[in-house]
Ligand binder design. Sequence first.
Ligand code: SPV
Ligand code: MG
Length: 296
Amino acid sequence: MKRKARALRQILYSSTVDFALEAHNGISAKIVEKAGFPVIWGSGLTISASLGHRDCNEISWTNLCDQIEYMVDGTSIPLLLDGDSGFGNFNNVRLLIRKLCKYDVGGVCLEDKLFPKTNSFLPYHQTLAPIDEFVGKIKAAKDTQTDEDFCVIARIEAFIAGLGLDEAIARAYAYKEAGADAIMIHSKQSSLIEIHQFCEAWDHSIPLVIAPTTYAPSNPEVYKKLNVSLILWANQLLRASIQAMYHAAKSLFETQTPHAMHPTIASMQDIFNLVEQKELEQAEEKYGTHTSSPIS
Ligand code: SPV
Ligand code: MG
C-alpha cells in the first residue's frame, strides 16, 4: 500500500467535495500543492501543450510518464493522471498501470474514446469505444495495479459525442460493474444541464468526478447538491501561465528592460523557494564538504 493512492481513495470516498488543480510539469505540480489543493490533476491537454503538442496522443505514453515522474517526485499530495483512452488496447493499459504504480501515482482516469483520442472541446466528431472494449480496459487496469488503493476512474464521453443521457447512464453502470473506483462524467455545455441530468439519473454508488471547464457555477455550493466527490480544474494553471508569459515576452521585447515587468513576475527567490534550495544548504551542512554553503 502506498500513501498517495490511499490519500486519493480517501478523498474520492469522503463525504466532502474536494478540488484538484491541473499541473503539467514539476514546478506547476509544486505550485498546486503549495496553494493548498489535496490532489494534482495530471492533464493530458496541458502536459501535451506544455511540450508544444496537441491533445491528440501526439506525445507517447512514455513521454507522459517522464513528466509525471517529475511531478510525483517533487510533491507529497496524490496525482491523478489523465490516461486518455489508455494509449491503445487493454494491453497498453496494463503497461501504463504497471508504470504508474511504480511511480507512486495515486490513480488514473481512462476515457471511453478511441485511440488516438481528441480533446473533448474540439468541434470534431467524437467516436466512442464499444462498451465491452472499454470494460476490458477497466478490468485490465484493476487486475494489473500493484497497489490495492490505486484508483481507476472511468470517464464517460457520451455527452461529448452527442449520445445523450441513456448512453451515459448505461456506460456508468457497465464501468462500475467492471470495477471502476469512480465515474467521471464530462460535458462541454455552457450550463450544468447535462451534469444535472446525469446526477439525477445515476445512483451514486461509486464517487463522481467532473471537470467544469465551460459550465462552472459561480456558487460552489452547487457541487454538494449534485453529490459530486471531486472537481477537476483541468487547465486553468497552464492558461494563467500562457497569459503571463505572453505579457512578459511582449513587455521585454517592447521596452528592452525588465523594469516594467518586475512587479508582475516571480522573484529569483521565489524560484529557489519552490525548488527548496534551503534544504540543500542544510544537507550540505550535514553531509557535504561545505563547498556550496552560503558565503556569509
Ligand atoms: C485534460 O485536462 O486533458 C482533460 C480534461 O482531459 S478536458 O480537457 O477538460 O477534457
Ligand atoms: Mg485529457
